[in-house]
Design a protein around this ligand. Structure first.
Ligand code: NAD
Ligand code: 4TP
Length: 330
């Protein structure tokens, strides 16, 4: 089964183009199409001193790997210098995401792997944007998706994603906790072949609220939601105090941890496996994975960017796309 994945090269001044040039030097197990401006890739390859032959997507000699890259061309709005953001290119970046999603729905490719974007510059150019996760959720017209970051041996999913901390408690509603848990449970089965996933759920407050003395969200919202989910057959443990949830005693018998907010779960995951994790969006009709890091403007064009996470995202994306294809064909 040949799987084709589209890679969006992300913010052109960041390390996304460097990573695309780096993976083009390798022998790849999947068919890859990079969506970006070919001139950006050519310039970055030259800066890095790496060989690169580009082919337009759809041309007869199109291929990727061993010094070649297939490109779906989109022109930048402003010339690019590595490490220097240009507000005018914010809309270019979003256009590459739109093309990637469209190509998934019309069958040009089987999934999307995203290199990092700069959320600030996209907003500065006048487009409200809080992340790929929310962008693809809205593109697909689904109410809820789940952000999960995963290494070989740790998966961390989030109830809320890119929200100011002051808004988190109100966003952790029983409905959202139930929707997210159901998606996580279902997609751990579908995409990762786990027959009965065991999910550890963190509390929101220190020590999971200390019986209501350090916050009532566990008693009023989280525990009732988890009880309803258990009655549906979802195998959950929690709410556990987040500070000790990520210890071997709990993790050894679990398939995923569900954190209530971004910086409750992701620092643990990134401490454990930064550079070898994939960011996966669950709950969508299209397959999308991503890197575990940002634009690293300080490293663009230096040759110091590590492509480990992009390679992980490609491997996981290919596995998910293959499972999705089998499911559709059966
Ligand atoms: N997938 C994504 O699109 C994504 C993910 C995270 C952050 N971001 C965005 O990226 C921008 C910058 O974010 P940040 O500074 O918080 O995080 P960052 O990941 O860009 O940088 C954090 C640190 O990690 C280093 N680093 C990052 N990637 C690396 C790699 N591949 N190899 C070696 N070192 C690497 C950087 O040099 C820096 O020291 C923000 O706009 C943020 O929203 C995007
Ligand atoms: N939350 C992600 C991380 O910390 O790695 C990152 O911001 C990217 O999120 P999106 O995939 O939604 O852009």
């Amino acid at each position: 089964m040949t799987i084709r994945l589209a890679i969006t090269a992300g913010e052109p001044a960041g390390i996304g183009p460097d990573l695309c040039v780096d993976i083009a030097q390798r022998s790849l197990d999947v068919d890859v199409v990079v969506i970006t401006d070919p001139a950006v890739l050519r310039d970055r390859a030259q800066t890095l001193g790496l060989p690169l032959t580009l082919h337009e997507f759809g041309s007869t000699d199109a291929r990727s790997g061993n010094g070649h890259l297939t490109v779906c061309p989109v022109e930048v709005n402003h010339p690019v210098t590595a490490g220097e953001l240009q507000t005018a290119n914010g809309s270019f970046v979003v256009e590459t995401l739109r093309i990637a999603a469209e190509g998934c729905t019309d069958g040009r490719w089987d999934g999307i792997v995203t290199a990092p974007v700069h959320k600030g510059v996209i907003n500065d150019c006048g487009i409200a944007f809080s992340g790929h996760t929310e962008y693809f959720r809205d593109f697909c017209g689904v109410e809820e998706v789940v952000m999960m970051l995963a290494t070989e041996d740790l998966r961390v999913a989030l109830v809320t994603t890119h929200l100011p901390l002051k808004d988190v408690a109100a966003a952790c509603t029983a409905d959202r906790i139930k929707r997210v848990s159901r998606i996580l449970n279902a997609d751990l089965k579908h995409f990762f072949g786990i027959r009965e996933p065991h999910i550890l759920v963190a509390g929101l407050n220190p020590h999971a609220g200390e019986d209501g003395h350090l916050g009532r969200e566990e008693i009023d919202t989280i525990i009732p939601a988890l009880n309803e989910l258990r009655a549906e057959g979802v195998n959950l443990t929690g709410p556990l105090p987040a500070d000790t949830l990520f210890t071997p005693k709990y993790l050894q018998n679990a398939d995923a941890a569900l954190a209530m907010f971004h910086d409750q779960g992701l620092p643990v995951l990134k401490f454990h496996g930064f550079g070898r994790a994939a960011n996966i969006t669950l709950g969508m009709p299209i397959v999308r994975t991503s890197v575990d890091h940002g634009t690293a403007l300080d490293l663009a064009g230096t040759g110091k960017a590590d492509s480990g996470s992009l390679l992980t995202a490609l491997r996981v994306g290919a596995q998910m796309a293959a499972n999705r294809r089998k499911e559709i064909e059966s």
